[in-house]
Design a protein around this ligand. Structure first.
Ligand code: SF4
Length: 300
């Protein structure tokens, strides 16, 4: 949670990270750690890689890569840079509160647009509306999309699952402002948390609201639990709902939920999208190419 957070400035040797097994080849994260503190956060596992505790340290200690804009500019200036899509916010939210003062995400968006490099950004941070000007410019010059991650519109569930985040209905309002300003924006209905946010009512509420707020696209993704995240989330479940905890032990033998469950959610979301006139789906965001394949991330 933000009121406990400590920030540490660091210098980063590289800005662009090579990514394998995802729908994009490069990622960029101006911060490491995230004060939004979502209990299901897949990025907790990156802290496990860095010998930090995946529970408390993840939301309590945020590293700020102070030189990232300069490093990015240098990398984008290389003649060999292929101008591939860069994903921003794969391991931390690029619009968590510290970005308000630091403006690193903003600087990176400007640098990418200048070098005609397309970007995909994902956030729960309503602060993204501050950067509507540079995002609209990036859309025109290079191509850009802003995905708002929404798991639930239930106020109690939201507070419990994502304690440090702005309310989902505010995220949707900001998405609408971006769309109105010419930014391509949509909703990641992710993660869908089995037994908690996968009811028809819950999914329908998100799809309907996304359509009503002008989402260009919507993409659902069922929770996966990688090492690091898994331990934290199972502890969370046993404190809230012991019955669900034992169900999860059977459900999540592997990091990914069973295919039948994932297909069922995807089919139901597709039907809801048809019902609400939301046509466009994206398959290239967050979705590893093969569920069994391990993500290989360098230098997160
Ligand atoms: S906002 Fe994203 S990166 Fe931050 S804790 Fe939540 S899921 Fe993780």
């Amino acid at each position: 949670m933000s009121h406990h957070a400590k920030y540490m400035d660091i210098e980063s040797k590289s800005a662009l990270n090579r990514v394998r097994g995802m729908g994009f080849r490069w990622s960029l994260n101006p911060f490491r750690g995230c004060v939004h503190g979502c209990h299901y956060c897949f990025a907790r596992r990156y802290n496990a890689f860095h010998d930090l505790n995946a529970s408390e340290d993840f939301s309590g200690l945020v590293f700020v890569k102070t030189n990232i804009v300069d490093v990015l500019r240098a990398e984008l200036s290389r003649p060999s840079w292929p101008r591939d899509v860069v994903a921003i916010g794969t391991a931390t939210d690029p619009y968590q509160p510290i970005e308000g003062a630091r403006r690193l995400t903003r600087g990176c968006i400007e640098a990418l647009a200048e070098r005609r490099t397309p970007l995909q950004l994902v956030t729960k941070g309503t602060m993204v509306q501050r950067d509507v000007d540079v995002l609209a410019d990036a859309c025109r010059r290079a191509g850009a999309s802003v995905s708002f991650s929404i798991t639930t519109l239930d106020p109690d569930l939201w507070r419990d699952l994502e304690p440090g985040t702005p309310p989902p209905w505010k995220r949707l309002q900001v998405m609408e402002r971006l769309v109105t300003a010419g930014v391509r924006a949509g909703v990641l209905l992710a993660p869908v948390v089995p037994g908690i946010t996968d009811s028809h009512e819950s999914l329908a509420a998100v799809v309907e609201a996304a359509a009503a707020h002008g989402a260009h696209y919507l993409h659902p993704n069922v929770l996966h639990l990688q090492p690091g995240t898994r331990e934290h989330f199972m502890d969370y479940l046993s404190s809230r709902n012991p019955r669900l905890h034992s169900a999860y032990q059977r459900l999540y033998v592997e990091p990914f939920a069973p295919t039948t469950l994932r297909r069922d959610v995807e089919d139901r979301v597709s039907e809801l999208m048809d019902a609400h006139g939301l046509k466009e789906r994206r398959h290239d965001w967050w979705q590893p190419a093969q569920p069994a394949q391990q993500l290989a991330l360098a230098g997160v």
